[in-house]
Design a protein around this ligand. Structure first.
Ligand code: ADP
Length: 685
């Protein structure tokens, strides 16, 4: 058979699989069963929606067969099957979607951990050996063939990046963890041709016409020889197969059947005497047994489902390598009835904050999967939620367009949204550490939610927010901030910057903190945009420490400041003139304590927003109206007053230096660094 190479990207994943030292190799069976089940779902769905198909749900089954003599494990289904093209596209390449781009960017984490060339040789040798034994295995059952000796590659490798594997859902490929060679024989429903796809892993795959009577897919794994500590024999053992199926695939809604050997007391031959004392004699016999209970998890009673089952179900169904952070099993009755299981992942998928990410829940109509990702069930702010919903009230023939209008779907979505929010609030209250973990990964989405809805969703989302408190040096909610506010404190204060430590150093924060008021440190790009939309929380205004009117002074202080500003009017005017249109105004500061100057802004655009907007890939640059504020209690102020009217050139230099200093403190770039350096040197000379 002529071999085709795998696409490079696929090959890399394959390498990871083949040489995997992943400890849970047994999950390969779960993956293959899950694919088989999906294939039957698809065919069943087709029969329901297209009509005229001779399909009976009761006929669907997955059949497993192990043959120790030729070391094959066969998984057979009568699902929708695959055409030649589908075999090529589905099994010749991994992840047809944009995940590829990600892989390009992350080549390092995906590349097979380094092996020396010798090891690689051994692996090829081993697979080549398996090829000789191919024909026998093909027939899967009955035929016998001699199991060849494995060259045995000892993989002293680092743990491959399971994280990456997990996120791609490389289901089928996981079978290479236990197989020397995989043969897939498939016939698509309604097609007259069957095809055989075959691969020994790394060196590619072959595909050719084949004979197969019924539609569906048969997968034959030629199980590896034991290697050192690795026991591959177990995957050919009846008890082990039963155990794996029970453990991971119990809920699969089609029977998973296997011929098992059982034993029973031997029947007495006629005329033989009954001796009650004697040990009964046993005989073994073969029987086809259904290994799984077939009740979908979401239809089971909550009390009967263990956390492991919920978690395992999630990891398998939604391709996560990590357990979910939390889950909700919902049984709702009322205007619309539904069962559902929702999960909040413990980490954001790699593409979560990109356009590639598709939100949605699996949607079942009375146990039949009708949509893999129903986006209408989830609001954008909770797009991270995974799970499924099953409702007897939905129609099978519902189309994507109709779904959006569907009253039932809307009602379900509304009820889910409430559940998700209350679950998150509960987590926030009962398990802060977990919640903070959640917020680290998904908090950005909540903030986008507030921003994107122009505040329409603010009531819904504001209590889910966490910000770093400068005073307490930990994450707090707005409610917690408010509760600890000082008696005379008028507003909730925040400051923006690249990091908490940068914010701490902002001159504007000093006086506010000094008053005993806490400050929320905002470090995400979206933060200030979102918080400006919030505007207030529970009756308290939310204000930036750079706000024009902080209103922190007493009436006397205000009076005194007014007088001082008046007295030094000319100084500020001279400085403004020196700086030209770099600033809109130079004025006396009401917020500085030990720092000489700071930069704030007038108008709706803050300096932080300017930074964020200008970092976006557009040609348009925005500029906030800058205001240079001067601290009249700082010694430099006295120096300035002395220069005013006497040494205009020096005053210009001072203004220039102070302005640049303020830029630096604010985390902005200096427009002319060389001139700044020269000016300093001149002073030092
Ligand atoms: P995933 O299940 O995540 O899509 P897999 O690598 O396990 O990834 O499978 C790739 C694709 O191959 C499936 O999406 C499906 O279209 C097809 N496939 C796999 N197994 C079967 C099967 N038993 N019957 C029909 N199609 C299958």
């Amino acid at each position: 058979m002529k071999k085709k190479p795998f696409k490079t990207e696929s090959k890399r994943i394959l390498d990871l699989m083949i040489n995997s030292i992943y400890t849970h190799k047994e999950i390969f069976l779960r993956e293959l069963i899950s694919n088989a089940s999906d294939a039957m779902d698809k065919l069943y769905f087709k029969s329901l929606t297209e009509g005229g198909l001779d399909i009976n749900r009761r006929d669907f089954e997955i059949f497993i067969e192990a043959n120790k003599d030729i070391r094959t494990l066969t998984i057979k289904d009568n699902g929708i099957g695959m055409t030649k093209d589908e075999l090529e596209n589905n099994l010749g390449t991994i992840a047809k979607s944009g995940t590829m781009d990600f892989r390009q960017e992350n080549q390092d984490s995906l590349r097979k951990p380094k092996t020396d060339s010798q090891e690689e040789d051994e692996v090829t040798e081993e697979t080549a050996g398996a090829a000789e034994n191919a024909e026998a295995a093909e027939k899967a059952a009955g035929a016998s063939g001699e199991a060849e000796k494995s060259a045995g590659s000892d993989n002293a490798q680092e743990q491959p990046d399971i994280e990456v594997i997990g996120q791609f859902g490389v289901g089928f490929y996981s079978a290479f963890m236990v197989s020397k060679r995989i043969t897939v024989i498939s016939k698509a429903y309604g097609s007259s041709e069957a095809w055989r796809w075959q691969s020994e892993g790394a060196d590619g795959y072959g595909i050719e016409p084949f004979e197969k009577e019924d539609w569906g897919t048969t997968i034959i794994l030629e199980i590896k020889e034991n290697q050192g500590e690795e026991d591959f024999d177990q995957y050919l053992e009846q008890y082990k197969i039963q155990e794996i199926v029970k453990k991971y695939s119990d809920y699969i809604r089609y029977p998973i059947r296997m011929e098992v050997t059982k034993s029973r007391p031997k029947a007495k031959a006629e005329g033989e005497e009954q001796d009650d004392q004697a040990m009964p004699e046993y005989e073994s016999y073969q029987e086809i047994e259904t290994l799984n209970s077939m009740v979908p998890l979401w239809r089971r009673n909550k009390n009967e489902v263990s956390a492991e089952e919920y978690e395992g179900f999630y990891m398998e169904k939604f391709y996560d390598y990590e357990k979910p952070l939390t889950y909700m099993h919902i049984s709702a009755e009322g205007t619309v009835s539904y069962n559902g299981i929702l999960y909040i992942p413990a980490h954001a998928p790699y593409n979560y904050y990109s356009k590639e990410y598709e939100k949605g829940l699996q949607l079942y109509a009375n146990g039949v999967l009708i949509m893999e990702k129903c986006a209408d069930l989830l609001p954008d702010c909770f797009s991270f939620v995974k799970g499924l919903v099953d409702s007897p009230d939905l129609s099978l023939n519902i189309s994507r367009e109709m779904l959006q209008q569907d009253r039932q779907v809307k009602a379900i979505a509304k009820s889910l949204e409430k559940r998700i929010k209350s679950e998150l609030l509960k987590l926030q209250k009962d398990n802060r550490e977990k919640y903070e973990g959640f917020f680290k990964d998904f908090g950005l989405q909540i903030k986008f939610g507030i921003y994107n809805s122009f505040g329409a969703d603010k009531e819904k989302l504001q209590d889910l927010l966490l910000y770093h408190s400068l005073k307490e040096d930990k994450m707090v909610t707005l409610a917690e901030y408010k509760e600890k506010m000082a008696e005379n404190q008028e507003a909730i204060y925040y400051a923006c910057g690249g990091s908490v430590s940068r914010i701490r150093q902002l001159p504007q924060t000093e006086l506010v903190l000094d008053k005993g008021y806490d400050i929320l440190a905002l470090t995400d790009d979206v933060d200030e945009f979102a918080i400006k939309i919030l505007r207030e929380y529970d009756g308290k205004a939310i204000k930036s420490v750079s706000d024009k009117d902080l209103n922190l002074e007493s009436n006397e202080e205000k009076e005194a400041a007014k007088e001082q500003a008046e007295a030094h009017k000319d100084l500020f005017a001279a400085m403004k003139e020196a700086l030209g249109d770099k600033v809109k105004e130079v004025r006396l500061s009401k917020r500085l304590k030990s720092h000489p100057v700071c930069l704030t802004s007038d108008g709706p655009l803050s300096l932080e927003m300017e930074k964020v907007l200008n970092s976006m890939p557009t040609d348009q640059q925005v500029k906030a109206d800058r205001v240079l504020e001067i601290n009249s209690s700082h010694p430099i102020f006295e120096a300035l007053t002395k220069l005013e009217g006497k040494e205009p050139e020096k005053l210009k230099t001072y203004a220039f230096l102070l302005y640049n200093q303020a830029l630096l403190i604010e985390g902005l770039t200096i427009e002319d660094p060389a001139a700044f350096a020269n000016a300093i040197c001149q002073l030092m000379e």
